[in-house]
Design a protein around this ligand. Structure first.
Ligand code: GLY
Length: 401
């Protein structure tokens, strides 16, 4: 077994955007931070469309989550400005707004209900007639029956976001290990680091499990703290809008077509992202003919001109879903172990607030008010009372149990 000379205050297991933002904020707080992932910046962010859709993705029964989504959406402009400054890279953030449209009477009724729920929830959206929708977005199908304009639902490019976070972490002094953590180390009833696939041991005062849909599979996790996350597959298409066709769409356009959500997210650089299926298929990431067909069929009903565009990429990713579709944040019943996972459909949207929450809890031992409804232990045993000593405890030299 190789013993790493690098012992840290915080080990982040998983380098998707949630693990990266946690590591960045942790390092900014002066904590010696290590992150382990074979491909930092990979994972679901490489597939996600990057909608920041607190208003248009509101679902019944998710009003508590809405508070966190709105808080994170409000942080986005300052977050990307800070990240772009820290990394010297652009994130593709666009304050473009979103239009949700209805194609038939059933869709229209569904959208009217959503509008009423948005209004009861204090959210800003405006009902438009079909004609008004087409005036805003002339490529929409002539049959559009009405729509909801949400000028506060923007977008970011998750691939650029992930890349900028890797660079910001490197510049903030985060140490990267490009390998899987195979096993959690537990010493004297406390999380004490992790063991990489090649046997290298990484010691840490605190461990953050940010492994997305794989979070529950880490070996060595005591039963009581295994996060209840499962993968929900999403197939996504990428097309390119030739310059001659621009502007094809000026904002994100979405709809529910025969019960399935479809969205078209136009980037400033000409990429057009079309998503997404929602499938409970375990860890399968196969792109299927049926998935591509359904997305193109629904997108074509919404925007017929889409069939003229080059199809440049098809890909599937896994959303890490929790039982209540909300993230699991902060301390667990195992002292020293935190979770930052379970973000399901909202990982990109929740990146800024997750970073702030995790930075705070790692540095102080306290979960901030905004994150209390999303405490890691809400489906299991509560954590032991935090001791401030534990926050900066010297890393144990002992071998894992
Ligand atoms: N938030 C978009 C999706 O999960 O497909």
């Amino acid at each position: 077994m190789r013993i790493s000379g690098n012992r840290s205050d915080v080990l982040v297991v998983g380098g998707g955007i949630i693990g990266l933002v946690t590591a960045w904020r942790s390092a900014q707080r002066g904590l010696r931070t290590t992150l382990a992932d074979p491909e930092p910046g990979g994972g679901a962010a490489q597939v996600a469309a990057g909608m920041l859709a607190a208003v248009t993705e509101l679902h019944y029964g998710e009003q508590t989550l809405l508070g966190l989504n709105v808080a994170s959406a409000a942080r986005y402009p300052a977050f990307v400005a800070e990240l772009e400054e820290a990394s010297g890279q652009r994130t593709g953030f666009r304050a473009c707004g979103t239009l949700s449209v209805a194609l038939d009477a059933d869709d229209r009724a569904h959208l009217r209900e959503l509008h009423a729920l948005q209004q009861r929830s204090g959210l800003q959206s405006e009902w438009l007639s079909g004609r008004e929708c087409r005036r805003l977005e002339p490529m929409l199908a002539p049959g559009v029956r009405g729509g909801l304009r949400a000028d506060g639902d923007h977008q970011v490019d998750p691939r650029r976001l992930a890349s900028a976070l890797v660079t910001a972490c490197e510049r903030a002094g985060v140490v990267f290990h490009r390998a899987w953590v195979r096993r959690l180390s537990v010493v004297n009833g406390r999380a004490a680091g992790g063991v990489l696939a090649d046997g290298t041991e990484l010691g840490a005062g605190q461990v953050v499990l940010a492994g997305g849909s794989l979070s529950g599979r880490l070996e060595g996790l005591p039963e009581a703290v295994v996060p209840p996350v499962r993968p929900v597959k999403g197939q996504v298409l990428r097309l390119t809008v030739p310059r001659a066709y621009a502007p094809f769409l000026s904002r994100t356009v979405r709809a529910v077509v025969r019960g399935s959500h479809v969205y078209l997210v136009p980037r400033a650089d000409g990429e057009l992202v079309v998503g997404a299926t929602s499938e409970e298929q375990g860890w399968d990431t196969t792109v299927t003919a049926g998935g591509v067909y359904e997305l193109l069929r629904d997108a074509h009903e919404l925007v017929p001109g889409i069939t003229e565009l080059p199809l440049t990429e098809t890909r599937a990713g896994l959303r890490p879903a929790s039982p209540d579709n909300a993230p699991l944040l902060g301390p667990t019943a195992l002292p020293g172990l935190h979770l930052a996972t379970g973000h399901h459909r909202n990982g990109v949207l929740l990146t800024p607030v997750t970073g702030d929450v995790m930075g705070h809890v790692l540095a102080t031992g306290e979960l901030p008010e905004v994150a209390r409804p999303f405490a890691s232990h809400r489906f299991g045993r509560p954590p032991a009372a935090p001791s401030h000593d534990a926050v900066r405890a010297p890393v144990s030299q002992e071998q894992p149990a």
